[in-house]
Design a protein around this ligand. Structure first.
Ligand code: ME8
Length: 542
């Protein structure tokens, strides 16, 4: 049998696999980290809600010079330093109610062992070479600088800190050889990097620059906080051959057969493709790779869209289906920076306003792609208009009226808002499949607005005063109550806590976590709802 093209081979029972960037462990999580993780969480939840088995991975990038130095400065071992911070980051993931299925730390033995095994295979297959290099090195940025990095006056940007001249032996990965292959791949697979303008940037970069081979090591004498190269203990792995590999080391730890180093990943020599093994008990296995989506910020596109595909090609593995690139947040039009104090503390915002208000603002304000600008005034205004006066008011007055006028008992089914609800549900399904999160929220709020107008137009509070109009009041109350139920289902991926509260207030058990439940008419006549309570309390101006 001729070898299958590895890039085309995807097993039938594979789970939808989504990842985030793994965050550097130095420091505390900020708005940008929170945003990326929430975007990935909404996509993961929405895929589950659409009925797809899903695996969501996030975690921490713990090796490197900065961590080593920060630990030293605090008089701790790097591992103890990472362990303490990792506890905070894991607590942060919980605070955001992320539904990640695993949390990777690059200091996990399961990750380190996999990195070493893959490095050994790549080395044996001839993808690496050792060379001496003299160059300017920024300790602060852990990177060699070239003449191109000099400013017109010949100096390096102060952001690089102290720049020293180094002569160093290191190991290099033969990246250059695959440049044309990658250009062709990007040309043929327009959805590989999204949004389009990011793909065009990557293609422009590849067409106008000759790739340099990738340095994958640092001498252990200079940096020992890293994974030792299995074939030369005088060196540790440098950042990307450690960090990027998390996307496959964790699936391997979950038993993904495509990543079984014993029989699966048989690294070919330069350029070759290989066939994937098929096993008879395939159904029971956790098949994750290739990832469906890597969610990453705009600053690390090159690593994900250039280095990573070439690394995978060398490993003989299929490529991820998509690198989904988000923009960066600023605050009040300026860079987020701890040193200038221009920060948004996600935990403080969540403690004051609630998690769903935070999730709503970042997802509604910023589409995946462009840069965003956080303003406290913008946050408060969306809270007041869209959450408190929009969704909150609709649910609260609808359920309170049902309680007051019908003792909380759902009247007979009526379909006046059915078309509007079906439109929002259809759009939600279609847009979520395209990861159009902001557009989905706009569509859902179309239904919120329509239902609030319906209250204003039908005036149930007036109908209630006239016993002859009891039938009409029943109709209106059914439409409103059922719309609230549909909204809970549509909102689940975005505002899970709110969706569950709406369900509970409707007297329904469980979570509204399957989009199929958005079909109109789910509330049966005679069902008794629970207690209404404000979802988004109005805040006093301060
Ligand atoms: O880059 N707005 O880690 P990191 C939006 N460890 N996103 C932002 C942001 C902002 N202001 N600031 C940072 C790393 N991010 C590596 C990744 S992946 C194998 C290794 C995003 O902690 C950033 O773009 O510096 C990245 O996607 C993520 O936060 C982690 O950044």
């Amino acid at each position: 049998m001729p070898p299958l093209s590895a890039t085309l081979f995807v097993p039938m029972n594979k789970r939808f696999y989504i990842t985030t960037a793994i965050d550097y462990v130095n420091g505390q999580p900020h708005l940008g980290h929170a945003y990326e993780k929430i975007v990935a969480d909404v996509i993961a939840r929405s895929r589950r809600s659409l009925g797809q088995e899903t695996f969501f991975l996030t975690g921490l990038d713990e090796h490197g010079q900065k961590v080593q130095q920060a630990a030293q400065a605090e008089g701790k071992s790097p591992q103890a330093y990472c362990d303490e911070l990792a506890a905070d980051w894991k607590a942060f993931a919980k605070k955001l109610e992320l539904t990640n299925d695993d949390f990777v730390r690059t200091t996990d033995p399961r990750h380190k062992e996999f990195v070493q095994a893959i490095l050994a295979k790549l080395h044996t297959a001839g993808h690496f070479y050792k060379a001496s290099y003299t160059g300017f090195y920024s300790t602060k940025e852990e990177t060699f600088l070239t003449e191109k990095d000099r400013r017109p006056d010949g100096t390096f940007d102060p952001s690089y800190g102290e720049v020293v001249e180094l002569l160093e032996d290191n190991y290099y990965f033969k990246l250059k050889a695959h440049q044309q292959w990658l250009i062709d791949y990007l040309e043929k697979n327009p959805s590989f990097v999204q949004p389009d303008h990011r793909r065009n940037e990557v293609l422009g970069f590849l067409k106008n620059n000759e790739l340099e081979d990738l340095c994958l090591s640092r001498p252990a004498a200079r940096l020992n906080w890293g994974i030792p190269l299995p074939f030369d203990p005088n060196f540790v792995t440098y950042v990307w051959f450690d960090a990027l590999v998390n996307y496959i080391s964790i699936p391997a730890a979950h038993g993904d057969p495509i990543l079984d180093l014993g029989s699966g990943v048989s690294v070919p020599g330069n350029g070759a493709q290989r066939a994937q093994p098929q096993t008879p008990d395939a159904k029971s296995q956790t098949r994750l790779w290739p990832a469906d989506i890597h969610v990453v910020g705009k600053d690390i596109v090159k690593f994900h869209a250039v280095f990573w595909p070439i690394m995978l090609k060398a490993m003989g593995l299929p490529l991820p289906k998509q690198i989904l690139v988000h923009g960066w947040w600023q605050k009040d039009g300026a860079k987020i920076s701890k040193s200038t104090g221009n920060i948004v503390d996600p935990v403080a915002v969540i403690d004051e306003w609630g998690l769903d208000a935070f999730r709503f603002y970042v997802l509604r304000e910023l589409d995946i792609g462009p840069d965003g600008n956080w303003t406290d005034a913008g946050f408060k205004s969306r809270y007041q208009a869209e959450l408190a006066n929009g969704l909150g008011n609709l649910v609260n007055r609808s359920l309170s009226m049902l309680k007051r006028y019908r003792n909380g008992v759902v009247p007979a089914k009526h379909d006046e808002l059915a078309a509007a609800a079906a439109k929002a549900a259809d759009e939600t399904r279609a847009l979520l499949k395209q990861n159009q999160l902001q557009a989905t929220l706009q569509s859902i709020w179309g239904l919120v607005t329509r239902a609030n107008q319906y209250v204003d137009q039908t005036k149930p509070f007036n109908l209630a005063k006239d016993p002859a109009r009891a039938q009409r009041l029943d109709e209106v109350l059914y439409n409103l109550t059922e719309t609230c139920r549909v909204l809970a289902v549509l909102l689940w991926s975005f505002l899970p806590g709110t969706a569950v509260k709406i369900y509970a207030q409707l007297g329904l058990t469980g979570a509204p976590d399957k989009l199929d439940a958005a079909t109109w008419g789910g509330l049966p006549a005679g069902h008794k709802i629970g207690e209404p309570a404000p979802l988004f309390p109005r805040k006093e101006e301060r």
